[in-house]
Design a protein around this ligand. Structure first.
Ligand code: 13P
Length: 286
């Protein structure tokens, strides 16, 4: 069955590990994430951005992830990543998503509070947790560009924001960026600790593709409880497909190259579950 992020992230926070959150864009990627989680006995989050939702629809992703969750013995969450409006958040909620992100990080602090609180107030009566973002993750995610503003989250603002909105988890800016890094990212890990001291809810790391595993582990140690990977899953899937088609350009059965893409994504996801330290945690009854 699908579960919510609430229990998973609280358990991660208490246990000092993070739950991997993987962006899925087709059925094969859903299968790959589920198989990886199942093999490592890890709780896992599958998520879709507004762009992915536009590609196939909330109902298609809900059906795919629900089918995966029904076959799995590990807890699986379906999460809306970077929800871009109150309306889309409500559509995902009604479609059966079990966790919702509302991203008001490009708005003013006050407008971000109003929007995030409205989504939290609407989702909480049904037990659906809400992630919000304060500060900016750089790079480009879907249609949203991080821009040139200061990307770092002010710890005092984070404390005020969580109190004012009642959100269940918070994505914070510490120097990561979505997409492919052109220069090596320099993370302000001290900032994670400072925010963690002031904010009681689980923290979320965005833009993790391309971040060295050691840096991710350090962030998890300091309080990141959900770690998002998207770009590298796309690269892994495409690598598998390209290799098959390069070896035999006459292949026309999508199952043949789809399976190769799926295998690459599975390998990648397994490696990142180990980085998050969530392997074996499903067996602990969460
Ligand atoms: P990457 O594409 O950099 O892995 O970012 C993923 C993410 O944060 C999705 O919200």
């Amino acid at each position: 069955m699908l579960t919510t992020t609430k229990k998973l992230l609280m358990a991660a926070q208490a246990g000092g590990y993070a739950v991997g959150a993987f962006n899925v864009e087709n059925m094969e990627m859903v299968q790959a994430v589920m198989e990886a989680a199942e093999e490592l006995k890890a709780p896992v989050i599958m998520q879709t951005t507004p762009g992915t939702v536009r590609y196939a629809g909330l109902d298609y992703f809900y059906a795919n992830v629900r089918a995966a969750a029904e076959r799995a013995s590990v807890p699986i969450v379906l999460h809306l990543d970077h929800g871009s409006s109150f309306e889309l958040a409500m559509q995902a909620f009604r479609a059966g998503y079990t966790s919702i992100m509302i991203d008001g990080s490009r708005k003013s602090f006050e407008e971000n509070v109003i929007l995030s609180k409205a989504v939290a107030d609407a989702c909480h009566p049904a037990g659906i947790p809400v992630e919000a973002e304060l500060g900016k993750v750089g790079g480009k995610e879907d249609d949203l560009s991080g821009g040139d503003d200061d990307p770092y989250t002010d710890p005092a603002h984070a404390e005020e924001f969580v109190k004012a909105t009642g959100v269940d988890s918070l994505a914070v800016g510490i120097g990561t960026a979505h997409g492919i890094y052109k220069v090596k990212p320099v993370l302000d890990v001290e900032r994670v600790s400072k925010i963690r001291e002031l904010v009681s809810v689980p923290l979320v790391l965005h833009g993790t593709s391309g971040v060295p595993n050691e840096a991710v582990r350090e962030c998890v140690k300091r309080g990141m409880c959900k770690v998002n990977y998207a770009t590298d899953l796309r690269i892994a899937f495409s690598k598998g497909v390209k290799e098959v088609l390069k070896a035999d350009p006459d292949i026309f059965d999508p199952k043949k190259y789809g399976a190769a893409g799926r295998e690459e994504v599975k390998k990648y996801v397994m490696s990142k579950i180990l980085v998050c330290g969530s392997n074996g945690k499903a067996a602990q009854g969460i």
